[in-house]
Design a protein around this ligand. Structure first.
Ligand code: ADP
Ligand code: MG
Length: 220
């Protein structure tokens, strides 16, 4: 279980009253998807940054399966984040962007190469292995980013509005892939404004308001 309790944080150098101090509490079981809704600027990306370890909380507890994560750097947390943008390495072709998630030195096994090829076909990008990110549309880049996260198979998936700007057919295909990852035991935190995304993926949903998660079903 992902156990997040009173995880507190505030940004320095902001006008008083403009940005709230954040304090997040929720629990999430393996295989579950929690959707976090809220208007732009309410702190959704901040929440994911704290979970992933890109931001350092001032206090509170964050644990996965009973083990505290707060001392772990981002790459040792068993989490993969799909950011809103700028997910890819611009100088690397698609296959290497995907391969980085599997083998950072890019020495890929035959099986890993086959998984990349099959994954690209599943997200509708068959044959684009050699393209650079600059040679893809925004939606195609986002699909590569999501595929990279899914190929890694991390226990926890953090998705920051990952389907924005994608057409409905593409989104449905990606929902299937995320659902499959959940069925394999991944816990997913999905930040989204989109009702269809939330209905397709979320087991539970809550809102982020005034720096807190509210209406979290099954609170600790
Ligand atoms: P959301 O993802 O919900 O749109 P964010 O988590 O990005 O919101 O931002 C929450 C609030 O924190 C906003 O008011 C934003 O302006 C502020 N903020 C975000 N990043 C920083 C930063 N690095 N320094 C100061 N304030 C920030
Ligand atoms: Mg955001």
């Amino acid at each position: 279980m992902l156990d997040c309790r009173d995880l507190t944080f505030h940004y320095d150098r902001v006008d008083p009253g403009e940005t709230p101090a954040f304090s997040f509490t929720f629990r999430l079981d393996p295989g579950e998807c929690l959707a976090v809704e809220g208007p732009s600027g309410c702190g959704k990306s901040t929440l994911l940054g704290l979970l992933a370890g890109f931001l350092e909380p001032e206090g509170g507890r964050l644990a996965w399966q009973g083990e505290s994560l707060l001392e772990c750097p981002p790459w040792e947390r068993g989490m993969t984040t799909v950011f809103q943008e700028h997910n890819l390495f611009d100088h690397l072709p698609v296959w290497a962007n995907l391969g980085m998630g599997l083998a950072p030195n890019l020495k890929l096994s035959g099986d890993q190469r086959r998984r990349i090829t099959a994954g690209l076909a599943e997200v509708g990008l068959a044959g684009l292995e050699a393209r650079l990110p600059s040679e893809l549309s925004g939606g195609q880049r986002q699909r590569v980013a999501l595929l990279r996260a899914l190929l890694r198979g991390s226990p926890v998936l953090l998705l920051d509005e990952p389907f924005t700007g994608l057409d409905e057919g593409t989104r449905e295909g990606l929902w299937t892939l995320v659902n499959r990852q959940q069925a394999a035991g991944a816990a997913v935190v999905l930040v989204s404004h989109d009702r269809d995304d939330i209905e397709a993926l979320a087991d539970r949903r809550c809102r982020l308001e005034a720096g807190r998660l509210v209406d979290v079903p099954v609170l600790v």
